[in-house]
Write a protein of this length. Structure first.
Length: 333
């Protein structure tokens, strides 16, 4: 039977703090569609986490959260500039929810957009035969386990704003970025419009939060969610895990642990590590025969977009599991 400890951070169980809050919310009757006290408390905790006066909505899916945010920023004949998940792993969801909006990839090492690549896209002439950009989508921590500093984000967001673009931040692993030193409270001063605060990969059952920084985008956002099947009637059950994870700092504690386990694995890995280990992912160079030997030993591991083999650590990753994997990696070199 395969071990999925490092296949992804979404293969881990939910953290006890999240499950305790979920159980606590499961008492009595409450208004539906997010008008309950649990949702109000969770929204306040997200606002405190970001130190921003934002509208907050809770969804079941990161794919839907990202796609609906981008649909709010783009018209169907416009495009999103991005370097990551929305380009390769959302099965066209941004275009579906955005009624045809386009996606344009930008280059950059280890998942971080190169400012020059953004500038070139912004400087491209607008013609009626292609979708011109209306939004920039950023990811922190990135798909390759690296973390943008506030200063690096400021450069990109400032260029996008100067070009008239809206800005979305995919924070599926924002907790890991925060544990690595990025301050989520900096987002309010950067000029982002919409931020997805990830819950699922951070140790919650299916739960994501959308923070709406730009007030104009909040108008009819609930109708957008309802049409997309993302305005759950029992909304408190999507909000409750955020209460458990945010009220006493568990979100950052668990993210710091996941990051530490990634550093531990990188330090013991006999294969070359291709990308900086700044969050909870380790990406190694490994040929196909070696990967088969590893999977034959029972570890589930996958080849990533750039050809590396990815190992993701989570809140539940044990040091003993890291050492066991490292021992098997040494055995197959």
């Amino acid at each position: 039977m395969s071990r999925y400890d490092f296949a992804s951070d979404n293969t881990a169980p939910a953290a006890p703090e999240a499950m305790a809050a979920l159980a606590a919310a499961n008492h009595g009757f409450a208004p539906g569609y997010g008008d309950d006290g649990v949702t109000a408390q969770a929204a306040d905790l997200v606002r405190a986490f970001l130190d921003a006066d934002v509208e907050v909505r809770f969804l079941a899916s990161g794919t839907a959260a990202n796609a609906l945010c981008l649909a709010a920023l783009c018209r169907p004949f416009e495009a999103v500039l991005a370097h990551a998940h929305v380009l390769t792993d959302e099965t066209g969801a941004p275009g579906f929810f955005g009624h045809g909006l386009g996606l344009v990839g930008l280059a950059g090492a280890s998942g971080r957009i190169e400012p020059g690549a953004l500038r070139a896209a912004l400087d491209a002439p607008e013609v009626s035969h292609r979708q011109s950009p209306a939004a920039l989508s950023l990811t922190n921590a990135t798909e390759y386990g690296t973390v943008y500093s506030a200063e690096a984000l400021s450069v990109l967001v400032g260029a996008a704003r100067a070009g008239g673009l809206g800005v979305h931040l995919d924070g599926a692993r924002l907790a890991n970025a925060a544990a690595a030193g990025f301050d989520p409270k900096a987002l309010g001063g950067l000029g982002v419009d919409l931020v997805v605060v990830g819950g699922t990969k951070a140790g919650m059952p299916p739960a994501e939060a959308v923070a709406i920084f730009e007030p104009a985008l909040a108008r009819r956002f609930d109708a957008r969610l309802k049409q997309a099947g993302q305005l759950p009637s029992k909304g408190r059950f999507y909000a409750a895990p955020f209460v458990g994870m945010l009220q006493d700092g568990a979100l950052l504690r668990h993210a710091a642990h996941a990051n530490a386990m990634a550093r531990r694995l990188a330090g013991r890995c006999p294969f070359p590590v291709r990308h900086p280990v700044e969050a909870n992912g380790v990406f190694v160079e490994m040929d196909e025969p070696a990967l088969r030997r590893l999977t034959d030993r029972g570890w589930a591991a996958y080849r990533f977009l750039d050809g590396t083999v990815r190992f993701m650590c989570s809140w539940a990753t044990a040091a003993g599991a890291v050492d066991a994997l490292a021992e098997d990696l040494r055995a197959i070199v």
